[in-house]
Design a binder for this molecule. Sequence first.
Ligand SMILES: Nc1ncnc2c1ncn2[C@@H]1O[C@H](COP(=O)(O)OP(=O)(O)OP(=O)(O)O)[C@@H](O)[C@H]1O
Ligand SMILES: [Mg+2]
Length: 405
Amino acid sequence: MQRIAIVDPSDASRDSLRSLLLGIDTVWLEAECARYEYFHDVIQQSVPDLVIISLDADENKALNLVSQLAAEYPRLPIITISRNAQALLQSLQRGAKSFLSHPIDFDNLYQSIRKAIPGNDSGLVQPGRPSGPNAMVISILGSRGGVGCTTIACNLAAAIAADPVHQVALVDLDLSMGDADIVLETTGGDNISIADLARNIERLDMNFIRRAMVKHESGVSILRHPLEMSEVGSVHDAHIERIINLLRISYTYLIIDLSKAFLPTDIMAMRMSDVILLVGQLELSSLRNVVRMLHTLGNEENLGEKIRLVMNRVGSDVSEDGISLKKAEEVVGRPIFWQIPNDAKAVIGSRVAGVPLLKHSPRSRVNQSLQGLADTLIGKTPATTTTTSSRKSGVKWFFGSKETE
Ligand SMILES: Nc1ncnc2c1ncn2[C@@H]1O[C@H](COP(=O)(O)OP(=O)(O)OP(=O)(O)O)[C@@H](O)[C@H]1O
Ligand SMILES: [Mg+2]
């Protein structure tokens, strides 16, 4: 695997270069930088196998950077990109190994990289771990406050991370009230929150992101909500897009605990998700909001079909107001994908301990249900989304013995 760092102040050409690089299986995009001034620091933190410098945004600065890197890192191959043939020639004189002229063609890029570092296999990416933007992104959306999103997000993340082959990141997008770092209690780390990443978005790269991720003993890496409430407004949807794109490259699963405010940041995360778990409970206000949310999200292309309904705390007092699972499905007009039983003792106990249910109460029904949900989402066990109304011989609920009508 070849670790590559790129610098290009132009968002458009950097995006297209990134897309091309992500198409090359043997390449690991180690760092992306939007400022020539910061690139030297980026390289210093972790020297990649190759750098690509786009010259066009500021030829002088870019060529000086080529000279500086070539002098300091004589063994580091530099590929330059430009529309200006003169600038490309100058870059060779200053120490670049090869160049590419715009528009960049995938085959040329591939060949240039291959020639620059033949046979290199630095093995940054662990064996068996896929490269490229292929992390599965799962967002957890609540139909009202306190419906169980953070509990589900944290325990789902921990259940997936229990297999060390998986690299799992949990993003706390409940920017003002997030508490994922309490449910999975974390200590230490550099105290970098999502707001710090947003503030430094121009120089954001893999190294910065890695420093922000706090690792919980369960194996889950957590990106925390802003520490100061005053910072909440400084996190925008464009920041989220870039952060998710970078996390997608480094992890194999991203779990996102959304806010309940339908903010642009939430919408962006949902657009970038493969699956949206819409969490409800069997009571009127939650189900009414489920209907409203399905309607709103269904109006946006590609969002509605990603939604899977999850009923939490099934069997609790709140569901004793006469609403069965079957009735709930009729009301919302969709099958319920998963049900999670109520188990206050286990859930509160694990919360207080700051550890996931699989550690605190591995044999509890609520843990087994969440484990089953994780296995189904990541394809270990096939999903069963039969509606209650269509069943002939009983719905395959996770706890099939419970009468649902
Ligand atoms: N399956 C469950 N059984 C029993 N209690 C549960 C279950 N799921 C969640 N709870 C409890 O419900 C409460 C709210 O859970 P949680 O914080 O996960 O919800 P939330 O949707 O993230 O809330 P918020 O709107 O504050 O973000 C917590 O006290 C938690 O212990
Ligand atoms: Mg929450």
